[in-house]
Design a protein around this ligand. Structure first.
Ligand SMILES: [Zn+2]
Length: 361
């Protein structure tokens, strides 16, 4: 498994590098086919291909969801080479999520080797790290036909599954005022910068960390020169929330913002990108099943909440039981110290195989 993981990591596959991603997808497709799956490669246009592999009997399948793209540009291997040391394997995308792709492949191989044919579908998209624009429809269509979705994204460091994820919204808020000479005609201007300052503070007041709501005005840009009253100012905002209701309320509040001190115009664009992955009775049952499968495979698997989003947010919002973060234990996703725990790899595959069999039964 480690040799094959090395090959997958050495095939660098950053988002938007369609040629590089196609090479990886072709390799995975031929391995899935060799294991007895039927493979479809869907054109994701400029982003590269999305891979669907179907295995086993007909009927509502268990879906394994993952992505082939990474956040690392071509050539990253030169500074961040593949290496195995002290029980850890390092390299770009090893944790997020080449190891997860390998888990899916090994699970199919293991089932085939034992003559087991549960209905199983594997979907790897090529643009998860940049918002899944080319693949969201495909993921949603396939998920609707599935009995559950198991997302092979990295686990929480320590190996815990992700039983809930925050939802995410983003906004651009543009304030439009009236320019004038700050020395000569200060009373003729309407400062978009002053209006923006007010809005930024109003946004900061919407934070509610105890209930998992964060509102971050991360970028602000406006004005031209110190002696000009600013005619325009834009604010880019990232919002995270735990429940659909919270998301709706924050969305209403942001759309209702208005500067009180100066009569600048306010335009709000954007909105909710990803609904939250909220725990449901069915997803609780799925986690319990995974925890049992882990125990039978020789390890304890905990659970937790994360603020980051994945394609699991989309499938959960459709009401399909979704369990995320089933990937190999490790740490440093999107960071230079990205790594996985090597000894976790085989037992994770054993866990996933047991979980698939129980869910397909
Ligand atoms: Zn990922």
């Amino acid at each position: 498994m480690l040799d094959e993981l090395e090959c997958l990591v050495r095939m660098e596959s950053p988002s938007r590098e369609a040629v590089a991603i196609r090479a990886l997808v072709d390799r995975l497709a031929s391995e899935f086919a060799a294991a007895g799956a039927t493979v479809e490669v869907h054109d994701g246009h400029a982003h590269g291909p999305n891979l669907v592999a179907r295995y086993g009997q007909t009927g509502r399948p268990v879906m394994l969801l993952g992505h082939t793209d990474t956040v690392w540009p071509l050539g990253t291997l030169a500074e961040m080479p593949w290496r195995v040391a002290r029980g850890r394997a390092h390299g770009p995308g090893v944790f997020d999520m080449k190891a997860g792709c390998l888990m899916a492949l090994e699970t199919v191989r293991g089932l085939a080797a034992h003559g087991l044919r549960p209905p199983l579908e594997i979907l790897f998209n090529c643009d998860e790290e940049i918002g899944s624009e080319s693949s969201r429809k495909l993921i949603e269509t396939e998920a609707r036909e599935s009995r559950c979705v198991l997302v092979l994204e990295p686990s929480i460091p320590g190996g815990a599954a992700k039983t809930s994820r925050s939802g995410m919204a983003d906004y651009r808020i543009v304030l439009s005022g009236v320019a004038s000479h700050a020395g000569v005609d200060p009373d003729k201007g309407v400062s978009a910068v002053v209006a923006a300052a007010e809005i930024v503070l109003a946004l900061a007041d919407m934070n509610d960390p105890e209930n998992g709501v964060s509102v971050n005005a991360g970028v602000i840009a406006g004005g031209t020169r110190p002696n000009v009253i600013a005619a325009a100012c834009a604010i880019d905002v990232d919002v995270r929330f735990r429940t659909e209701t919270q998301g709706r309320l924050i969305d209403e509040r942001i759309r209702g913002l208005s500067p009180a001190r100066v009569p600048a115009r306010i335009d709000v664009t954007g909105g909710i990108d990803r609904p939250p992955l909220e725990a449901t009775p069915a997803s609780r049952a799925l986690f319990e099943s995974a925890a049992r499968a882990a125990r039978a495979s020789g390890f304890e698997m905990g659970e937790g909440h994360v603020g980051g989003v994945s394609d699991g947010n989309f499938t959960a919002a459709l009401g399909i039981p979704t369990l995320d973060g089933l990937g190999v234990d490790g740490l440093g996703a999107h960071a230079l110290h990205e790594q996985i725990v090597v000894e976790d790899l085989p037992r994770r595959v054993a866990m996933l195989t047991r979980l698939v069999l129980e869910q397909a039964a």
